[in-house]
Design a protein around this ligand. Structure first.
Ligand SMILES: [Mn+2]
Length: 466
């Protein structure tokens, strides 16, 4: 379904925009993750351009304490981005007027409620929080200005994994189209390996663990050999070359060689196809930087969010390429070494295997904000079975609670795995709650319910995959 920029969705956006112009004391509140940070970046930039004063703050999960604090601070109007819809029945009781630009399932409604789900657009796969904020931003300008913000909106959609299946679809395509027309975005089919802008070539191949390629993934000499076979120099005078440094012809040679080697090494054809998909380049960003590529940009933002430095990620979204960017890169480096340590922990301690899943409990050894990524990365370990989902537990902030993260593979999803359903059903069966995406989902459960929970998961996964 296409976003109808002339239709009722845009009409609602205009009503919200008109209201915001005379908002009085305005607070922008957004979610702390890549989509939430880009949502705030899009909304705040558009408000600035429209001359609307506002302050900005972030929250990991909007709750009553946040609402109490906002009320106490005496704002007249609060613009919520990337959350708010789910708590609207409580928000409307408060002593301020809410404007909500969100894409999550609504609980309640208000006059200024912009949410694709209210307009028959799928909020989980076809428009993100940043995409919704983008529609609002478009309504804040009478002409075609603010279309440059489509680039950030795409970063948000990618951050929310809406490009699964090879590219953005639905209303997101309209956002992509506007970004391309505005000259800020390039969308093209390319190798989907992570790090096309910043990683040294051999590392680009070596770190491909989404699709595991025997003899190349996690094998630096194998990765270098592949480049040799493709007749592509891995180095030039300045050091390692990156994907972005290659000519189109060189990229084709590497891609074709990679396909051939995958087939030779028994990677199934469905997985080989997943190595290529639509990629998004932010044309106003410096080549060779994280911000140039939507996927690398969203990872940079996530690594600020996971360490509660939303201020840093937000500043980068608003264009800071100095101090904030340097700090974001430090956080990213720290994040990577935490991930390495996490995977090492799983390797050292192993996983417990049931019929239809494997799990590990990291206790307080791995932060609950990164244990899900570690679970996904652990597929690269020989002791982890790619034919079963990985369930990871970590101690949560809350007392007597466990944070659960789960990861599957694309091939498991094709066989019917839906971890969002698994996490939601199985956590509520033990008195917790959860949800997410088919390939990656999470939950919070009582800490004494781990055994019962994994048994539930074992049963539900069996049903899905059979
Ligand atoms: Mn979102």
């Amino acid at each position: 379904m296409e976003i109808d920029l002339d239709g009722s969705f845009l009409e609602r956006a205009h009503e919200c925009a008109e209201f915001l112009r005379d908002a009085g004391d305005l607070l922008l509140v957004s979610h702390i993750d890549a989509d939430g940070l880009t949502s705030a970046g899009v909304a705040s930039t558009a408000l600035d351009r429209a001359g609307i004063d506002h302050e900005t703050r972030f929250s990991k999960q909007l709750d009553d304490d946040d609402l109490d604090q906002i009320e106490e601070d005496g704002y007249d109007v609060v613009l919520f981005t990337d959350f708010g819809s789910g708590l609207l029945d409580e928000v409307v009781e408060r002593d301020f007027t809410p404007v909500v630009a969100d894409h999550h399932q609504p609980n309640g409604d208000c006059d200024y409620h912009l949410n694709p789900l209210l307009f028959d657009i799928d909020g989980s796969s076809e428009l993100s929080g940043a995409g919704t904020a983008y529609v609002l931003a478009r309504a804040l300008e009478e002409d075609d200005d603010n279309r440059d913000l489509a680039a950030l909106a795409v970063v948000g959609a990618v951050g929310d994994m809406q490009n699964q299946g090879g590219g953005l679809t639905g209303a997101n395509r309209e956002v992509v189209r506007e970004g391309v027309e505005a000259g800020v975005l390039e969308a093209k089919q390319d190798l989907l390996l992570f790090g096309r802008q910043t990683r040294p070539l051999p590392k680009l191949l070596e770190y491909s663990t989404d699709v595991f390629i025997p003899g190349i993934s996690k094998n630096s000499s194998g990765a270098k050999e592949l480049l040799e076979k493709a007749g592509v120099e891995a180095k030039n005078g300045d050091g390692w070359r990156r994907w972005v440094d290659l000519s189109g012809d060189e990229r084709d040679r590497v891609t074709n060689t990679l396909f051939r080697e995958c087939a030779k090494r028994g990677v199934d054809s469905g997985q080989i196809e997943e190595l290529v998909g639509e990629t998004y380049t932010l044309l106003n960003e410096e080549p060779g930087t994280e911000m140039r590529d939507a996927s690398e940009f969203s990872t940079l933002l996530n690594s600020t969010a996971r360490y509660e430095r939303a201020d840093v990620g937000f500043a980068v979204c608003k264009g800071d390429r100095g101090e904030a960017l340097a700090e974001a890169r430090d956080l990213l480096n720290g994040h990577r070494s935490n991930l390495r340590a996490g995977v090492e922990f799983v390797g050292d301690n192993g996983v417990t295997k049931l019929d239809n899943l494997q799990y590990f409990d990291a206790g307080d050894e791995i932060r609950d904000t990164i244990v899900g990524i570690v679970a996904g990365m652990s597929y690269s370990l020989s002791e982890v079975d790619r034919s079963k989902p990985v369930i990871a537990f970590a101690d949560a902030d809350g007392e007597n609670e466990k944070k659960v993260s789960s990861r599957g593979t694309k091939s498991l999803v094709r066989q019917g795995l839906n971890l969002a359903e698994v996490m939601s059903e199985c956590s509520s069966a033990v008195g917790g709650d959860g949800g997410g995406h088919d390939i990656a989902a999470g939950a919070t459960i009582p800490e004494d319910a781990v055994d019962e929970f994994v048994d539930e998961v074992d049963t539900v996964v069996a049903e899905q995959i059979s």
